[in-house]
Design a protein around this ligand. Structure first.
Ligand code: ADP
Ligand code: ZN
Ligand code: MG
Length: 498
């Protein structure tokens, strides 16, 4: 144990994070052969001599995969290289029958882009994109027999090459991210963006979106510290927890005088701890060299512009449009634009209710909060646009107060019932019937001549007493604004009568 100051020491550290994200493309065929890209087929049924790496065969680049990769690179504002080539990345592993992966090295497809990430607090983080490159996926190993599928305890391993040769795009970020929250927001928004481009299933559980996180810590103003790499952070939560644990570990180590070794570290979600491997295996030498069997790719300006013209409305442009068209504050417009289904939901709701501000408040407030806690996607939410439109209508016509509407919304999410039927069933609805309230107010004013007189003498505070009486009588369901107006009318009118 080293003697170090307790308390606020760790606050003097800041984290530096860069993410490497692999996107599996959903082209019909593989990167360099005509085998189908599939998921869940019987093992080794979607293979051929090319993707199995037999000698004497020639790979041919999948034009669709290049187009999809170009879409991703352009959506991230990258510059598309005039000339891009493939390299062989040599290493031995049983899921890689060629003993090299065809990837890109010093001439990647796209460089120098960025993504604007909308953060919860309404601020905006610009994450630089170092490079976007194309490569092929490896096969899959299934560790069987012995200890429950773990490589170190299995009796034998089976190789399935169906996935081998599937087109991948790797997106490498600059180390511009400084907290686990930001890292998660970046990954969420990158996923949303790629999903919108229609080039990948972006399913983290099935591995069509994979994330490696690089992280180091330093004192503000210091040069970059030594980084470690968390591999295969395959859910948003996992990424967040893994980074938190690793940042904590690095700070503890540095605070106690140890140094950080550049290596891959393993996050165990069961224990929430990080373990280091400390092996020399980390010192890879891939012996990259240009792939001699593939021609360089030269994408001319006309091609790039054609692909660019085919891109859908991207978050940055949508943010501008939402702010202008609906008069939303930039923060709201940014959050809605960053999530395509949420933005679509909002626009449908705003169209149906005719009240964009209230619609945005609900979509970003109660609606998003519910999705977050329930862990649901917009499409899975039981409250449809039509159902929420009905609820907002009941607020607009005075049937429900804002507070009551929140409770009705909660019931809608759990039972799937409509707002109207919940209101009817529970006798909820606020009393906004002018005639009904007028009678109640008149009765209460008549029954309390003393306080009524006080009010007329100028003691405005007495109004609160009357509001309380009306609310008691109506079990809190009277429309507060109407009660106020009616009370002033009745208390005032007695002056002129008297
Ligand atoms: P390597 O050569 O080890 O793969 P790269 O320079 O290619 O490292 O960077 C890989 C990823 O690590 C990138 O996303 C980059 O932003 C990030 N990165 C680089 N240096 C650091 C650092 N000191 N701390 C955190 N992340 C870093
Ligand atoms: Zn094949
Ligand atoms: Mg690298």
């Amino acid at each position: 144990m080293s003697a170090r100051p307790t308390g606020t020491g760790r606050e003097r550290w800041e984290a530096v994070i860069g993410l490497e994200i692999h996107v599996q493309l959903n082209t019909r065929t593989k990167m360099f052969c005509g085998c189908e890209v599939t998921f869940g087929e019987p093992p080794n049924t979607r293979v051929c001599p090319v993707c199995l790496g037999h000698p004497g065969v020639l790979p041919v680049t999948n034009e669709k995969a290049v187009e999809y990769a170009t879409r991703i690179a352009l959506a991230l504002d990258c510059r598309i290289a005039d000339r891009t080539i493939f390299h062989r990345k040599n290493y031995f592993y049983p899921d890689l029958p060629k003993a090299y992966q065809i990837s890109q090295y010093d001439l990647p497809l796209g460089i120098g882009g960025h993504l604007h990430v909308e953060l919860e607090d309404g601020s905006n983080l610009r994450v630089g994109i170092t490079r976007v490159h194309m490569e092929e996926d490896a096969g899959k190993l299934i560790h069987a027999g012995g200890a429950s599928g773990r490589i170190d305890g299995a009796d034998y391993s089976l190789a399935d090459f169906n996935r081998g040769g599937t087109p991948l795009v790797e997106v490498v970020s600059e180390p511009d991210i400084s907290t686990p929250d930001q890292a998660r927001a970046y990954l969420v928004q990158l996923r949303n963006l790629v999903e919108q481009l229609g080039v990948s299933d972006v399913n983290m559980e099935e591995g069509s979106l994979r994330c490696d996180a690089n992280v180091s810590v330093r004192k503000p103003g210091d040069p970059l510290g030594t980084k470690t790499e968390l591999k295969n952070m395959n859910s948003f939560r996992f990424l967040h927890r893994g980074l938190e644990a690793e940042i904590e570990r690095q700070i503890e180590a540095l605070e106690s005088g140890e140094s950080i070794v550049q290596e891959t570290v393993h996050f165990d979600p069961a224990t929430g701890t990080v373990s280091t491997l400390r092996s020399k295996e980390e010192a890879h030498d891939y012996r990259y060299f240009p792939e001699p069997d593939l021609t360089p790719i030269e994408l001319d300006a006309a091609y790039v512009e054609r692909v660019r013209a085919g891109l859908p409305e991207l978050p940055a442009a949508r943010k501008e449009r939402l702010a202008g068209q609906y008069g939303l504050p930039p923060k709201d417009a940014g959050l809605l634009a960053a999530n395509k289904p949420l933005g679509d939901y909002f626009e449908a709701l705003a169209g149906a209710t005719g009240d964009a501000r209230t619609s945005a408040n609900w979509v970003l407030g109660d609606f998003s909060a519910y999705l977050n806690t329930a862990g649901l996607e917009v499409a899975e939410c039981p409250v449809t646009v039509a159902a929420l439109t009905e609820l907002l209508g009941l607020i607009a016509d005075g049937t429900l107060s804002g507070k009551m509407a929140k409770e009705v919304f909660e019931t809608m999410t759990s039972t799937g019932e409509s707002a109207r039927s919940i209101v009817a069933e529970r006798g909820l609805g606020q009393i906004s019937d002018a005639g009904e309230l007028d009678a109640i107010v008149a009765r209460i004013v008549a029954a309390n001549p003393g306080p009524a007189e006080e009010f007329r003498q100028g003691r405005d505070r007495v109004l609160g007493f009357f509001v309380g009486q009306v609310m008691k009588e109506t079990k809190g369901q009277a429309n507060p604004q109407m009660v106020n107006d009616l009370l002033r009318k009745h208390l005032g009118s007695q002056v002129s009568q008297g």
